[in-house]
Design a binder for this molecule. Structure first.
Ligand code: HEM
Length: 133
């Protein structure tokens, strides 16, 4: 067996370890629900409460973003992170609150600490594109 085929057979992508599209959807649903009651950032998301179609579109884009970035088959069709968040003036404290909501949701869904740390590292790598400087 060639080296690269052996490698492909042994590599389980992050997408698969997150439980594929269904796992990512559960994380995104739980995280959006957590954002809606997180005192640091809820004001950012509450205006969308009466726009269920827009919420669904944002959730779909977020699912695709994580799927595309973790080795899944989906294409991301939304805006770049810098473009989507540029005009929001997001503070570092808000960024940490959003990342905490993702970690809390992953804990509630029984993802282990190693997987949570891996996702947290990816989130940190996006920070500069999202917060206001
Ligand atoms: C690593 C952290 C984050 C990721 C990966 C992320 C990801 C995304 C994605 C994929 C979208 C959809 C873009 C589109 O539909 O074109 C989005 C939209 C949005 N994000 Fe984030 N985001 C992050 C952090 C934050 C933070 C910290 C806030 C505010 C506290 C925030 C507030 C929003 C809002 C309000 C929208 C809707 C924008 C609109 O309707 O135009 N995001 N985000």
């Amino acid at each position: 067996m060639s080296q690269s085929l052996a490698h492909d057979l042994n590599t389980v992508t992050l997408f698969e370890r997150l439980g594929g599209a269904a796992g990512i959807r559960r994380i995104v649903d739980g995280t959006v629900a957590a954002h809606m009651c997180n005192p640091v950032i809820k004001a950012r998301f509450q205006p969308y409460e009466d726009q269920p179609e827009r919420v669904e579109e944002i959730k779909q884009h977020t699912c695709d973003f994580f799927a595309a970035g973790s080795g899944g088959p989906d294409q991301y069709q939304g805006r770049s992170m810098a473009e989507a968040h540029r005009d929001m003036d997001i503070a570092a404290e808000e960024y940490e609150a959003a990342a905490d909501d993702i970690m809390t949701t992953m804990t509630a869904l029984n993802y282990d600490a190693a997987l949570r740390d891996e996702v947290y590292g990816i989130l940190q790598s996006l920070k500069d594109e999202i917060i206001h400087k």
